[in-house]
Design a protein around this ligand. Structure first.
Ligand code: DAH
Length: 338
């Protein structure tokens, strides 16, 4: 009996090694270790043996069965379960973890900006990325000879002449929204914008802005300044900001907002070009001509607007030094923002 057990063991091990498919392995398993397999048949003779011969055989049988079980388990790993052969499917095997995507850092920032401005009562508006020159320039009081309209700055659509373009700013959404709405109006319009730029660490042809437009009775410059201060406090804490007059054709007065450089705290460094300040956005009180283009009476209503450059802001938030990383699709960069 002892030799029979050992023989069955050796033989089975040899067979396991030469098995070619998962189902052959399974068949072998049942023929040896199955309920009515060779092993069970051998053991069924155990009670009939004389007590002298029986001694130690139980232990040997158990050890052999365990060793065979291990050999089968090992061999099973060689064969991947195939969906087509349901006999091979083992639901206890660990699954393959699916790769789950996550929000792009620019989208994540837009989401948190929307949350912030919703708290102030703003709604979200959208406009097309392929835009008419009328909305992108004319109705915003940007004259035909303005340098930004140049063929070298703006992507015009082939065959449309100067009529259609990829929007260079989110400001046209102001005009579009006011075609269908009346004051009071408080909106933000996040989205992609395009400019014919030579790209480098600080410039991209495709970037993101968040436009804001507020029109109501008695809106003043201080309302604009307060809104922008609250925004910067929310995202950057107690950082210093300053307002500086700047000309934009669609606002009067117009201004730029600078933030104290986060890296050198105003002392001056290469990032802020040794000025201690970083230009963050353009803003102003909506120009009376633009209000008229929106069919809003400038003597009854006033408004403010601003346009935030999103990439710039996110770069400062996270210490990102090259704007081109946002659209490069490099997972080593993107996966840092899960
Ligand atoms: N559209 C401007 C740009 O892309 C930014 C801007 C400036 C938007 C002033 C505004 C504003 O709404 O009032 O450079």
């Amino acid at each position: 009996m002892r030799t029979e057990i050992e023989k069955l063991f050796q033989e089975t091990i040899r067979q396991i090694q030469s098995v070619k498919t998962s189902s052959d392995l399974q068949a072998l398993y049942f023929s040896v270790l199955g309920r009515k397999g060779k092993f069970a048949q051998l053991l069924s003779r155990l009670p009939n043996l004389p007590p002298g011969e029986r001694a130690g055989l139980g232990t040997l049988a158990n050890q052999t069965r365990n060793k065979l079980q291990q050999a089968f388990d090992q061999a099973k790993l060689k064969f991947k379960p195939q969906a087509a052969d349901s006999a091979d499917f083992d639901p206890t095997w660990p699954g393959i973890l699916p790769e789950v995507g996550h929000t792009h850092p620019i989208s994540a920032f837009i989401e948190s900006a929307i949350k912030f401005f919703s708290g102030l009562g703003y709604e979200v508006a959208e406009g097309p990325e392929v835009e008419y020159s009328r909305y992108n320039f004319d109705l915003l009081n940007i004259p035909p000879n303005h340098p930004s309209r140049d063929l070298w700055d703006t992507y015009y659509l082939k065959n449309s002449g100067p009529q259609m373009l990829l929007r260079t700013q989110t400001s046209p959404v102001q005009i579009r929204y006011m075609e269908k709405h009346r004051p009071p109006v408080f909106i933000i319009a996040p989205g992609r914008t395009y400019r014919h730029e030579a790209t480098d660490a600080g410039h991209e042809t495709t970037f993101t802005q968040i436009e804001a437009l507020a029109i109501d009775k008695n809106l003043k410059l201080t309302d604009l300044l307060g809104t922008l201060s609250a925004f910067f406090q929310h995202f950057f804490g107690n950082v210093k900001i300053r307002f500086r007059p700047h000309y934009y054709p669609f606002v009067e007065p117009g201004l730029d907002l600078d933030m104290a450089c986060l890296l050198c705290h105003g002392k001056g460094c290469p990032v802020c070009k040794y000025s201690g300040w970083l230009e963050m956005l353009g803003a102003g009180m909506v120009h009376p001509k633009v209000l008229k283009n929106m069919k809003v009476a400038p003597n009854r209503y006033s408004g403010f607007a601003f346009g935030i450059g999103v990439e710039r802001l996110v770069m400062l938030l996270y210490g990102i030094t090259d704007i081109r990383l946002f659209l490069a699709g490099d997972l080593r960069f993107l996966e840092q923002f899960t």
